[in-house]
Design a protein around this ligand. Structure first.
Ligand SMILES: [Zn+2]
Ligand SMILES: [Zn+2]
Length: 361
């Protein structure tokens, strides 16, 4: 039954989102309705304020909840199951999916028809998710079942920060034991890259961030060294690697200046992995010659190149086994109606990952 819920809607570019009443329909065939418990506020939600492809749009894409209803033909979950929202539902049928590279799927799935309405008209749903709303309707594999003993407010972070960061280290870059790794930017995603590098048994893990609390957290999550200043970091990274440079540099901020610094940190055969979302019109001017002679690589990374149905449940297992640390990233819980204020006052310390509590709506 179509039901009215509060939801955080961005009405126009370059304005703050607002709390609106939206109507969410039932799951159609091949779809799942999820009663959301928690949703993390990700940097991409914030950057959507200036670069959304269309408005109005219901924001939020990192979340977890409990299956409320399954549409016809859905067999992998049933009501009551705990799920993480996967915002990149692969088609399973395109050339990329069939070739074993589902991370490159050419036909990312949404619901068959709009399921969320605002002012009696369909409203866009960020990344086919729209988790800043107590009910989310996704294509079947947008609801990934996880063990039910992991707290859902922690599981929410698996859906973007952990998937992207841990995946970037393990799957996109394929960090090898002993590699020297540099992570530029130590927010929720950057800290997850640090953890991915630690899980891959990297040798040196250097985290660069201006914020002392984030540097401290990076050390707790596995960074062997931290640096406050990207300006002098090239020299420092060279010194830490006996002049060799790093096998892997991850740029998790999205700024061309920092990407250029990252290039200068690379060892022979090193790879710069672009994880942070740059502005759509950003340009990276670099000298290509050295990439030829030193066999270096610049590569993009979306959603950590993960296989959501396999990796999200595995990350939940790793958290429960104490291998993946998440508790320290989440220090602040906010209500849905406080989200616009969080967007407006980003400079205030709210911990690394503010989590929206979506129960009681
Ligand atoms: Zn995100
Ligand atoms: Zn595909």
């Amino acid at each position: 039954m179509p039901t009215e819920f509060p939801g955080i809607v961005l009405k126009h570019l370059n304005t703050l989102p607002s709390l609106e009443r939206v109507v969410v329909h039932d799951a159609g065939p091949g779809e799942v309705a999820v009663r959301m418990v928690a949703s993390g506020i990700c940097h991409t939600d914030i950057s959507t304020m200036r670069d959304a492809r269309s408005t109005p749009v219901l924001l939020g894409h990192e979340g977890a909840g409990v299956v409320e209803e399954v549409g016809e033909g859905v067999a992998h979950v049933q009501p009551g199951d705990h799920v993480v929202i996967n915002w990149q539902v692969k088609c399973g049928r395109c050339r990329r999916c069939l070739s074993g590279r589902q991370d490159l799927c050419e036909n990312i799935q949404g619901t068959a028809a709009p399921r969320v309405f605002w002012n009696a008209a369909p409203v866009g749903v960020m990344l086919n998710a729209g988790t800043f709303c107590p009910r989310v309707v996704v294509p079947a594999l947008g609801a990934v079942p996880i063990r039910n003993d992991m707290p859902l407010e922690k599981a929410a972070m698996l859906g973007c920060a952990v998937a992207t960061g841990v995946g970037a280290a393990l799957y996109t870059a394929k960090v090898q034991p002993g590699d020297a790794v540099v992570v530029i930017g130590a927010g929720g995603v950057g800290l997850s890259v640090v953890q991915g590098a630690r899980l891959a048994n990297a040798g040196l893990i250097v985290a660069i961030d201006r914020d002392e609390a984030r540097r401290e957290q990076a050390r707790a999550y596995g960074a062997t060294h931290t640096l406050p200043d990207a300006e002098t970091a090239v020299r420092d990274v060279k010194a830490l690697t006996d002049g060799r440079g790093a096998e892997h540099v991850f740029e998790v901020v999205g700024l061309p200046d920092l990407m250029l610094k990252g290039i200068d940190m690379l060892a022979r055969g090193g790879a710069l992995t672009l994880v942070g979302a740059a502005a759509r019109d950003a340009v990276l001017p670099f000298h290509p010659r050295r990439f030829m002679s030193q066999q270096q690589v610049i590569q993009g990374c979306i959603y950590g190149s993960i296989r959501p149905m396999l990796d999200l449940p595995m990350f939940a297992d790793w958290y429960m086994a104490g291998k993946l640390l998440l508790d320290e990233m989440h220090r602040t819980t906010v209500r849905l109606d406080e989200v616009p204020e969080v967007f407006a006052t980003l400079e205030r310390d709210r911990g690394i990952r503010p989590i929206v509590d979506l129960r009681d709506n």
